[in-house]
Design a protein around this ligand. Sequence first.
Ligand SMILES: [Fe+2]
Ligand SMILES: [Zn+2]
Length: 362
Amino acid sequence: MTASLEPLPRIDAYEQWQQSEGVATVSGFYIEDLNALELGPWKRKGGRGAIVNLEGTGGVNDMHVVEIAPGGASEPERHIYEEMVYVLSGRGSTQVWYADNRKSSFEWNQGSLFAIPLNANYRMFNTSGSQPARYAAVTNLPSVLSLFHSIDFVFSNPFAFTDRFSGAHDYFAGEGRLHRGRTLETNFIADVHSIQLHEWKERGGGGTNVMIELAQNSMGAHISQFKPGTYKKAHRHGPGAHVIILDGLGFSLLWREGDPSWQKCDWTPGAVVVPPENWFHEHFNTGPAPARYLALRFTGLHYRQRAAFQGGGTDVSVKLGGAQIEYEDEDPRIHAIFERELAAHGAVCRMKGLIPWCTSER
Ligand SMILES: [Fe+2]
Ligand SMILES: [Zn+2]
């Protein structure tokens, strides 16, 4: 054995990669508007972009915001990490293939959602000659790179995951299969703003939802909507759920159990908030129309990741071993904040009968 007086260095392979990319980075608790996010050159993508690391991820996943110039295309790439893509603006097409060169191609528009099958080659094309195309992708690159700490393994790996992607020409046709429990298995959603949602009574607020499993990923997504003048019940879960506001006006409250103070994030479409691991959080609609969000999560439902999965049910009361706070168990100051915010927006509370101390007439 040899001895050294120096401590063993701590290496963060993801951070090293990020620095070597030389791309713009964004951090913080939440983002006000993805559409307004400042981007810089990103050679690997062949366009402009930024890497977003929000505190609530705990470092398990990240977000890549990329813009492709009018008439332009991204550099072809492949990688051993999952990537769910939400199109913020513009229109275009994507080619996807493994080494066999059977190319699947599909078109997308503002509001489309899809996943790049794991380690498939892909290239994005902006089919507009005048408008840039911008997308936000949530990836599990931070976890993957930390596990393997090899850029070559992650970005130049010939393995084809044919169990996830067969090269079928209709793979991205958006047909999908709806399972019990509002769970849609699909590889492409044309428009997250208009896709049909289903009643989810247990979460409150007259809310509707669809759970989404894309491309046999271990990551998952969902879309939720709730009515004007309402909010869903507070709950908590693991890290890395990027909540992207699609439609509506409102705010979110987030807090640690037992902590009397909370973080308040006001939002409009394009905002992103990531609830930190096990923090309770609650989303409030103070606008005149339904509020809808897309959550791009670290964990899916089909393929569970044991360490990250929160058991107990996110729609079951904490008093029954779940992770949700029922309305009657909520800190009364929360509803007071909500009613104050509603008044400031000239809106009315529609939760009489749900909240014992609600002061509304309706
Ligand atoms: Fe949540
Ligand atoms: Zn009220």
